[in-house]
Write a protein that binds this ligand. Structure first.
Ligand SMILES: [Fe+2]
Length: 236
């Protein structure tokens, strides 16, 4: 089927939905276990309830030990703790049935769960030292965006426009690459799309090292991408 003609009806009624769902499940399974098995990492806190340690305590030329430590402990750790509190209320003995309370808890649960997952992908996606994108992924970026220069300038523009996150994602429904701009953890997701590269644009992610120099932070991020990790996510 021509992916451009894909509709909600197709999604709900065809085998393509099963394929898309299987792809997402595979990716999630990979997120839970692949790094743990390959590199001595840890599965997602969404699976275990325990925070995943930083891969790198500092990344020279990009982020200091203080910046990464505060970000990891206060914001990633804070989101995980908040999620635990929300879920204790949702799944406790009494639950929450008041409409306004249940609505807010549902929104907050999505926000905190997304924050946990996105931070894990962000921390695992950067590494000391500049790398070049692998051939296959570079080809996919060139095919979608016209050239690597255009890809980078577009993602850079997305990052500088975002208040929360900017990311490159691969959508399993049509197998296309997208740049997603998010102004908060729970605002602007592209459902089912798999993040390949992502940058945290909340001020807490860069203010210790870069103050208000958002463009310098974004430029340094591009020079410290873990393209091997991006390739794993792209192929998952
Ligand atoms: Fe953050």
């Amino acid at each position: 089927m021509d992916a451009s003609r894909f509709t909600c009806r197709h999604l709900l009624g065809s085998a393509a939905f099963a394929t898309a769902a299987a792809g997402a499940t595979t990716w999630l399974g990979a997120l839970r276990s692949a790094r743990a098995e390959e590199e001595g990492g840890r599965p997602s806190a969404l699976a275990t309830g325990a925070p995943v340690p930083l891969r790198h305590a500092e990344i020279p030329g990009f982020l200091s030990r203080e910046q990464l430590g505060l970000h990891h402990a206060q914001h990633y750790g804070g989101a995980l703790a908040a999620l635990g509190g929300i879920e204790a209320r949702l799944y406790g003995d009494t639950g929450e049935t008041d409409k306004a309370t249940r609505r807010e808890l549902g929104r907050a649960q999505s926000e905190k769960a997304n924050s946990v997952l996105l931070h894990e992908l962000y921390f695992a996606g950067v590494t000391p030292g500049a790398q070049a994108p692998p051939t296959h992924l570079a080809g996919a970026l060139t095919k979608r965006f016209g050239s690597l220069d255009r890809w980078r300038s577009d993602l850079e523009a997305c990052a500088l426009a975002a208040n929360g996150w900017a990311m490159l994602a691969r959508h399993p429904v049509n197998d296309r690459l997208y740049h997603v701009v998010s102004d908060a953890h729970d605002v602007g997701p592209l459902w089912l799309a798999r993040p390949i590269l992502l940058i945290d644009m909340y001020e807490h992610a860069f203010y210790v090292d870069y103050r208000t120099q958002r463009a310098a932070y974004v430029a340094a991020w591009f020079e410290h991408l873990d393209w091997a990790e991006a390739e794993r996510r792209w192929r998952a």
